[in-house]
Design a protein around this ligand. Sequence first.
Ligand code: SER
Length: 319
Amino acid sequence: MTKILITGATGQIGSELTLVLREKYGGENVVAAGHKKSPNPRLVDTGPFVTLDVTDRAQLERTVREHRITEIYHLAAILSATGEQNPDLAWRVNMEGLYNVLEVARQTGVRRIFWPSSIAVFGPKTPRDNTPQDTILSPTTMYGITKVAGELLCEYYHRRYGLDVRGLRFPGIISSETPPGGGTTDYAVEIFYAAVRGEPYTCFVRPDTVLPMMYMPDCLKATLRLMEADPARLRYRIYNVTGMSFSAEELAREIQKRVPGFRVQYKPDFRQHIADSWPRTIDDSAAREDWGWKPDYDLPKMVEAMLVALQKRKERGEL
Ligand code: SER
């Protein structure tokens, strides 16, 4: 019997992953946990919701025992830009949170963990094009440091305690339901909201900034595929994955093809430095070979889907 706990369930990925896992395992078997007291009604209507602070190990352990949890999808985290503004908070939430999840899992007999890593594990010394799976991990952000340390911690728990921890180095995730909060790749989501609202957009990175990205359906597909993969085939605990890479200007042009007259200006801020330290394109061949990873969305297909989804939300009065 599978009983899942999702931390960070109110976040960008969590809010959609919760619903997909509830479809698959049954609503009552997927406990959504977030620190917000009033989450999106869909999270509350489709299964159990608990308020949880992942830095509180006792509270986490109580939740896991009470609901007889067998798998944890640990998504609660502070993203890169917020992490630079509040490094102490990023360390506590990202490091203590993950450590608590792994420790509670070990002590209570939770069998499997999913944990998102990030392209932020790479740094200025890493090759920026076609960044390999095995390469230099020397990030310059607190967020990236917590992700590198987190990867090592996950590998340790696997080696030492046999915990089945799996993860993905996600690129920027683009989605139409819950906006991301405090990431460097947020411009690639914000730009769509502006376009659909009929407003101009001021982008916080230069037009020539290229970063790896992925559309949410691919993010959900990658997560499920990895968790379903035959353990004997996994050469790594944490895999590179990517969907597409484009510059901010290419994204703006692709939107302008469908929203004529949409205006974008560029005012780079501190997030430009973070973006400049990350890869432009990712080599995800290990994921393709080991568990059949293949994205469905490229830039034009993603832009089309995003505009259609946000337009519908606008018509429903949600934007
Ligand atoms: N999208 C994330 C961020 O920008 C990267 O993991 O922080």
